[in-house]
Design a protein around this ligand. Structure first.
Ligand code: PGA
Length: 253
């Protein structure tokens, strides 16, 4: 059965103390997680150890870095390697978020390198894809997102691909309060799955969790996560509020 994942992406928000309080509040709740449910906290680098410590004995709870270097190690001042994350027992890493692609000029090739390193060190990449508004308006979103997968994931073997989580995040829906409709999300997720099935196999495509991201909140999570090809969400703004994110975790199907 595919994993259903509620992943928080704190981005560059919260002080250490605020992050601790939020983590404690979330971990204090009861969720009745199913076997295939996972909760992932995507937190800033300086907080990884703290959140990893708090979640270590909590079944179903994991930690994600929001980025990693595309280099293995060496003279890259200010960068964080996948090996460092692995040594902190971090299980997930978000790769290719649209904010990184846009503000930090991350190319498809660079993202492919990050994916390779993450897999080499046993971390699960949460690989983000998604189209800008102009592409959606021109109705070219399917081709656009397909190329993102081709350029950064299609070099992988089927066994490697099975270890990836994909997050579809239409850029026009991120932080805008404008969510894709559940129908739009389902259509794109089904498309992504068919692209993976054509390149790999139906069986492989069926195993990949595809998360939706873009203004997910407590009020829309049940409907969006209820779509057959939507396997949970990558959540920014609403993940900073304990009651909101707790409700989003409970919305996993
Ligand atoms: P949002 O962000 O939920 O604030 O729209 C989602 C994301 O960028 O991962």
């Amino acid at each position: 059965m595919r994993k259903q994942i509620a992943a928080a992406n704190w981005k560059m928000n919260l002080t250490y103390q605020q992050g601790e309080t939020l983590t404690d509040e979330l971990l204090d709740n009861e969720y009745s997680l199913k076997e295939n449910h996972e909760v992932v906290f995507g937190v800033p680098f300086p907080y990884l150890g703290m959140v990893a410590g708090k979640t270590a004995n909590k079944k179903g709870f994991y930690v994600a870095a929001q980025n990693c270097s595309n280099k293995k190690s060496g003279a890259y001042t200010g960068e964080t390697s996948v090996e460092m994350l692995s040594s902190l027992h971090i299980q997930y890493v978000i790769i290719g978020h649209s904010e990184r692609r846009e503000y930090f000029n991350e190319s498809d090739q660079m993202l492919a390198e990050k994916v390779n390193l993450a897999l080499d060190f046993g971390l699960t990449p949460i690989f983000c894809c998604g189209e800008p508004l102009a592409i959606r308006e021109a109705e070219n979103q399917n081709e656009f997102v397909e190329v993102q997968l081709q350029e950064s994931l299609f070099h992988l073997s089927a066994e490697q691909l099975k270890k990836i989580v994909i997050a579809y995040e239409p850029i026009w829906a991120i932080g805008t309060g404008k969510t894709a409709s559940s129908q739009q999300a389902q259509e794109m997720h089904a498309h992504l799955r068919s692209v993976l099935a054509a390149k790999f196999t139906n069986e492989v495509a069926d195993e990949i969790s595809i998360l939706y991201g873009g203004s997910v909140k407590a009020a829309n999570a049940v409907e969006i996560f209820g779509m057959p090809d939507v396997d949970g969400g990558l959540v920014g703004g609403a993940s900073l509020v304990a009651a909101e994110f707790a409700a989003i975790i409970r919305a996993l199907k």
